[in-house]
Design a protein around this ligand. Structure first.
Ligand code: HEM
Length: 227
């Protein structure tokens, strides 16, 4: 393929490996209130500092998130693309902890079972992931990376904020891992870098391009917290 000079320019993070490129693109999509050091977007209309979360909304967020995590578990177990098998038993899986937390919240705050609609944010995301996993591995891996890594970064900040505001500081299992989660992230980074080594520059760019869609689908879930 012929490359224009612009195509030859090194992408930010490229020297450190492909995951570093993914991280760079993701950090630029954060708003400044979300990530003051690296966020590249103007402050969000509803910055975390001004959140007014509700029990019902947060429970719905957990339940809709569980739909997505269950789907990710299924996709990885099936490994329709053999490289997905590298993501089996990463230690980052969240379905079981969520099951526990959902039950705990319902009991503690006398809440009804959350209703999961076919066209709700959880199933909307799940359907997208099932299709992408089969048809477009770079797109799927973009979502896989952003969803799990966002949870260990901003997700944990959100968790402790919500907990101090409306959960009497309870430490949900959603935010707890079997030991230190950092080595789990490191292993997943290595796996993604290995997989991406076989990708063309076009496939890599296609994966990076998908980051904004991954933000928009995740934000659909996060919005439930204040519903
Ligand atoms: C990293 C905050 C939403 C994807 C980070 C970091 C912060 C942050 C502070 C830097 C962590 C560090 O390097 O020490 C937030 C907040 C959010 C939010 C407050 C919403 C209220 C999202 C969303 C996505 C996302 C929606 C994508 C679906 C990522 C990724 C990283 C990151 C991929 C890099 C993690 C790593 O390198 O380990 N976030 N974020 N974040 N965030 Fe978010």
């Amino acid at each position: 393929a012929t490359e224009s000079p612009a195509d030859k320019k090194a992408r930010p993070g490229e020297k450190k490996g492909f995951v570093e490129e993914m991280r760079f693109v993701a950090m630029k999509l954060h708003t400044r209130d979300q990530a003051p050091k690296e966020g590249g977007q103007p402050a969000s209309p509803q910055p975390m500092q001004k959140w007014e979360p509700s029990h019902r909304g947060y429970l719905q967020f957990l339940a809709e998130s569980q739909v997505v995590y269950n789907t990710l578990d299924g996709i990885i177990a099936e490994a329709s693309h053999p490289e997905y098998a590298r993501f089996q038993n990463t230690g980052l899986e969240r379905s079981e902890p969520l099951q526990h937390d959902i039950k705990w919240m319902q009991e503690k705050y006398s809440l009804p079972q959350p209703q999961i609609k076919e066209d709700g944010p959880g199933n909307t995301y799940a359907k997208f992931l099932l299709k992408a996993a089969k048809e477009d591995a770079p797109v799927f891996i973009c979502h896989f990376y952003n969803f799990y890594f966002a949870h260990t970064a901003g997700g944990r900040m959100i968790g402790s904020k919500i907990s101090s505001m409306i959960l009497d500081n309870a430490n949900l299992q959603f935010y707890q891992y079997e030991g230190d989660y950092k080595p789990y992230l490191e292993n997943v980074r290595d796996s993604i870098n290995t997989i991406a080594d076989d990708w063309t520059r076009e496939q890599k760019d296609h994966c990076l391009e998908e980051t904004k869609n991954s933000f928009s689908l995740s934000n659909g879930l996060l919005r439930l917290i204040f519903s």
